[in-house]
Write a protein that binds this ligand. Structure first.
Ligand SMILES: Nc1ncnc2c1ncn2[C@@H]1O[C@H](COP(=O)(O)OP(=O)(O)O)[C@@H](O)[C@H]1O
Ligand SMILES: [Mg+2]
Length: 231
């Protein structure tokens, strides 16, 4: 992530919507936010899953920036759940520990509050993955995780779920079926059309409510990155 002309000393260093709210990138995220917020189905749009066709397309980046964007809205409480048990990253974005998290909650729900971490933003909290189990797929398919998110919905206005790429592994399938909305991140010029088609088909198969795609790493002109999104 490029942050133009500003030396960033903040801990949430990679999150443009936090560090540089006036940038075009942050503006693009606000547009996505508005689209979600003012869609007719807004009332049901509490759990939003972010996936992609393969790794490195920008799922974690999009989930974090979008969550920050929502958390700056007054009186909206936001949680990010890192459900990418194959490549945990949310803790890195927020400079937090990953020595506990989701996998602990799934085995010991009573301690839920203890495992959720605060961020620099009052309205934004994160649940990192915790220690990686030997059976990530099974863990994410268990009813427990759905029950957990159902419980969390009482405390949060928006819950963003960062996942493994659906184009590679089906880990996110059950969660995508459950989530109110799914966003497919597509890295411009990095992923083949056929691969994106496969992801779309997989999401349709699990009856995910795909609310949109985010074109990420869109190159406007040589050496400059931007975002373009549609809904
Ligand atoms: N729009 C962008 N422009 C430039 N680099 C980006 C952009 N979005 C993501 N990246 C970088 O690409 C890499 C992968 O992003 P990440 O969000 O971790 O992907 P994923 O979670 O899908 O694996 C990271 O190094 C991230 O900083
Ligand atoms: Mg990631």
């Amino acid at each position: 992530m490029r942050i133009k002309g500003r030396k960033v000393v903040n801990k949430m260093i990679n999150i443009t919507t936090f560090n540089d709210p006036k940038s075009p990138i942050s503006e693009a995220y606000r547009t996505i936010r508005t689209n979600i917020q003012f869609s007719k189905i807004d009332n049901d749009m509490k759990t939003i899953l972010i996936t992609s066709s393969k790794q490195d397309e920008g799922k974690t980046t999009v989930a974090s920036n979008l969550a920050v964007s929502f958390a700056t809205l007054e009186e909206k409480k936001v949680l990010i759940i890192d459900a990418d048990l194959r490549n945990p990253s949310i803790h890195k974005m927020f400079n937090k520990t990953n020595s506990f998290g989701l996998t602990d909650v799934l085995t010991n729900k009573k301690e839920l509050k203890k495992y959720i971490q605060n961020t620099e933003l009052e309205n934004l909290q994160i649940l990192t993955t915790g220690a990686i189990p030997h059976n990530p797929g099974e863990m994410l398919e268990s009813k427990k995780i759905i029950e957990l998110i159902d419980d969390l919905k009482q405390d949060y206005d928006y819950i963003f779920i960062d996942t493994s790429p659906i184009g590679i592994i089906m880990d996110a399938g059950v969660l995508a079926n459950y989530a109110d909305g799914t966003i497919l991140v597509i890295a411009y010029n990095e992923v083949e059309k056929e691969r994106v088609k496969l992801s779309k088909e997989r999401l349709e198969k699990v009856k995910a409510n795909v609310i949109g795609a985010v074109f990420n790493k869109y190159v406007e002109k040589r050496d400059s990155y931007g975002y373009y999104s549609y809904y």
